[in-house]
Design a protein around this ligand. Structure first.
Ligand code: SF4
Length: 339
């Protein structure tokens, strides 16, 4: 190993001891399941949100991989409610079912499990099993791109560079420190190079904003819909679990195109009247924004397995959009409909 690299490892280690987020609960456990859970939750969600609202309640409800495997999909999705990207929860549940004896410790076996990509496999291998592999989530990608002055880095090149930088003797601390530099020092805008332990090896520090080059921002599409909440004469509501890939397994009301004026259900047609309108919601997703007018339509004596009392509705897994609708119906805690 070059002197420069070993100096970087030493400096990084000292910095981590002094400034790293060593208190994070998933950094203070040897339980591979708890570490894996944190990695999955953190894939598209900020540390603060995961820490304050989701990590502990989920672990309390499903304390082991085995207890997660025994749960129903509805139970798992309900605990995931509000975190978004629900395919993460479904894959987590599938993985639990596939691993009755616990998670495997090799990257190859981990990456073969549902929803575990290369970065998550490396993170579980490095943090739970102390394997000498580099972690490369979004922040670490930026740090690597800057250290090596890569304007348009390609994934294979980034992985190779991340592997070259790795402190193979201390994969846990090294990877945690790199993630912390990415989120606390090597900021997207105005990185704090004068505080950075990678200064001695960073070739991009004199014009860091150039690396990596900013991608053109995509225009976010707006989808306008009508959503119909059918309610029968027993005050039961019609809701079914989605079978689509998007929001799979989450319960929803009837969704229609913006100008449609009827809600078909089995053989009946329910006309929407002006006074059925109860409000509007707005919900941001990663690839589009949903804007929907919500209607509450009376459905007479309709019965069946898809009809739920208000109390039961609140126990079903639902996306944020449906929760906003529940709030408009005044059968759940108030959530701002357009937040
Ligand atoms: S020296 Fe600056 S640009 Fe280089 S890794 Fe550190 S914060 Fe990022």
């Amino acid at each position: 190993m070059s002197d420069k690299l070993s100096l970087f490892h030493r400096t990084l280690n000292q910095w981590y001891r002094a400034h790293g987020r060593q208190h994070l609960p998933w950094r203070n456990t040897n339980d591979p399941y708890a570490i894996y859970l944190s990695e999955v939750m953190l894939q598209q969600t900020q540390v603060k949100t995961v820490l304050e609202r989701f990590y502990f309640p989920f672990l309390e409800r499903f304390p082991t991989l085995q207890s997660l495997a025994k749960a129903t999909q509805d139970e798992v999705l309900q605990m995931w409610q509000g975190l978004g990207y629900y395919s993460r929860a479904i894959n987590l549940h599938q993985t639990a079912k596939l691993c009755p004896n616990g998670l495997p410790d090799s990257v190859d076996a981990l990456v073969a499990l549902p929803g575990i990509g290369r970065n998550t496999a490396h993170a579980v291998a490095a943090f739970a099993f102390k394997q000498p592999v580099a972690v490369m989530e979004a922040n670490v990608k930026r740090v690597c791109a800057r250290i090596f002055s890569m304007e348009h880095p390609k994934e294979p090149e980034l992985w190779q560079r991340a592997g070259e930088l790795l402190d193979a003797r201390h994969p846990f601390d090294y990877n945690q420190a790199m993630m912390d530099i990415g989120s606390m020092v090597c900021l997207k805008r105005a990185p704090l190079c004068h505080q950075c332990p990678a200064q001695s090896i960073c070739t991009g520090q004199f014009s860091p904003e150039k690396y990596p080059a900013a991608k053109a921002s995509k225009e976010v599409k707006v989808r306008k819909k009508r959503i119909v909440v059918l309610v029968n004469d027993r005050e039961e509501y019609y809701a079914t679990a989605r079978s689509s890939r998007f929001l799979h397994g989450l319960y929803h009301f009837i969704e229609m195109e913006e100008h449609a004026n009827a809600a078909p259900l089995e053989k009946n047609i329910y006309l929407i009247e002006q006074n059925d309108f109860i409000g509007a919601i707005r919900q941001q997703y990663s690839h589009f924004t949903l804007e929907a007018d919500i209607y509450r339509v009376l459905a007479g004596k309709k019965r069946g397995i898809h009809w739920h009392t208000a109390r039961l509705l609140t126990t079903l897994p639902m996306s944020m959009a449906e929760q906003k609708i529940l709030s408009l119906l005044e059968i759940s805690p108030k959530i701002a409909a357009t937040s």
